[in-house]
Write a new protein. Sequence first.
Length: 653
Amino acid sequence: MLAKASLISAVVWTVGSLAPGLAAPVVRDEDGRTIVEAKAYRVALVRESMDLMLDLKGHDGQWHPVAKMPNDISFAYYKGMDAYLSNGLRATWTLVRTPEVVVVGRRAALDAVGGIVLDLHHICADSGMLMRARLTQRTPDDGQGRLWFPPRIRLQPDAWDQYAFWAADGRRHEGKIADLKPLPAYAGVSPWGSQGDTVAALDPGHPALIIRSSASGVALGVVFVDYAGTWAGSHAFFQQHTPGACYLYGGYSPAAGGQTKWAWLAPFAAATPQAQAARVEALLQQGEKLCQSFRPISSPVPKRWTQPLPDFPAELRRSEPVRDINEAVVYTINETTRTDRAVDLARKVGSDVLIRGWFKWGQAPRVEEHRDVPIKVHQIGALFGGGITCSALYEGENGLTQQQVLDMATRGPAGQLIDAWGEAGVRHGSLSSPAYLDYLFRWCREQIDAGVDYLFMDEHTAAIGGLEGYDDHSLADFRQYLLEACPQTEGWAPDDARWATELKIDLRDRQICPTGKMDSFDYRAYMRAKGVLDNPAAQENPLHLLWGQFRAYRDDRAWRTLTDRIRAYAREQGRRVLISANGIAKYVDLQVLGVWGRWATKEGHIDLSEDQLPYWRSLVRRGHDVAEKRVPVVLFHDWGFGDPPFPWLAVPP
């Protein structure tokens, strides 16, 4: 309490001397989060956790999130290929309010094995959030580690379009993010290359990096306190990694244990360069005074949080991987496994099967560089799994040309491109596109060549939404389905009168059937004529039910073709590769599915008042029935971001 009292008096004096009459941000608790809201920004801190979300107020008076998901904002200790991220970690928690500021202190163990603890403070003033970070380590860093502080933020690529900073010579750099080329490109002090607009250091008088959204009018500034001192040798930059992946590395600095660093995350009004420079100067002045009088309030982490994991009992450890997957007992999600540390973690928990040790989502990892990893996993008696997404297709990923993406991407009913999950530059692939199926298989083949025993195939039906799937490849497949495979139209000739009488297809309309027969049927033109392009499921569309049947038929055919191709290639290499989807599916060797909507919470606790065993038993039985054999049915806590159907996040860590 003495430390807290000292902090309160110090902070009150400092802020009061800077701007008399300023009121502290408002604090409220909401759904397990503490919301600290000022005039131009608000931060949502997950209690007893290191997670946070940051919103800025736009010129429309609305709040605009800086990042889309809580795990898009990450503090971390980074060394080699190992990243010790803060996301989801439990943390100690202390909050103090004064008339002028709100202070939150948190500590979390980034790495229990190395005893690496992040001590983090947020001083929330009306002007912005001043953050203090200090890293402690059981074993001193050898100079190779890096600290992500202020946090690395994955930005929504369509939301941010401008950047600005001042170089060491005092010259202001500014520009459009879209003009940064070639990718990956950087703006600021980059550690990874000079592509874009890069400099060796920031101006000590204006050590700031600013990004802005023209659409919403919001701007976010990172301002470094004592830049010439504690930030020496550090980097701060914006990275346009791919067309759909943008990152703000607020700070990327040497991770010397015990060194304290201070920096602001603050809103910047849409103003002139001179006004922005003046704001940087004011924040530096305010920050220096706050630093001088600061007293920490964060509580130490319990000792058990930094104790290394015990070894899995030796008598239960397998000497070699299971030959029959039904003998496996311990499954672990292991994304990503590229280092000895990652293999050791799997060993310590006794894993029999590593799921998603490698995974291709957007940019594919260079798995051929890590051929030793599956060998090391076999030596601890486990099977090593890789995997891919069968749905996501990012513009420019893995060297794809724009024409290749356009050919492989699915479309809307009018032939328009659709942003998958509402994310700009991301498409869903078409399972009717031969090129897309080849593209999926390519990454399976590369992982098999590098030694995987098992492939986890995420979203094997390509996650197509109701207004997706109408690309030219799929429309051609649908026409073929109606002529050759549809039970309702079996035996109908291309010029059969029943196309018109029963399905309302006017063969005489050359816009719909250019040849006057079904072998030229254009489903898009048909929907346009019916006026259902905005709602293909409308009752005015007699073909909608047949389209749904086709989709099930086509998806099954594509999945069967892909799994057969994987197994055939593995056999050619003298190998056997196991396959699962993400969710219950046919043609698999094991079922792996996430736990989603059957959790219940009550007053912050998991509610087990109702018997759930019949439900889980039904999943196991369904997994066997769909696979048409007795296979393992593995349920895992699927990735969740705080909204239904993820109610377990209401439970304190």
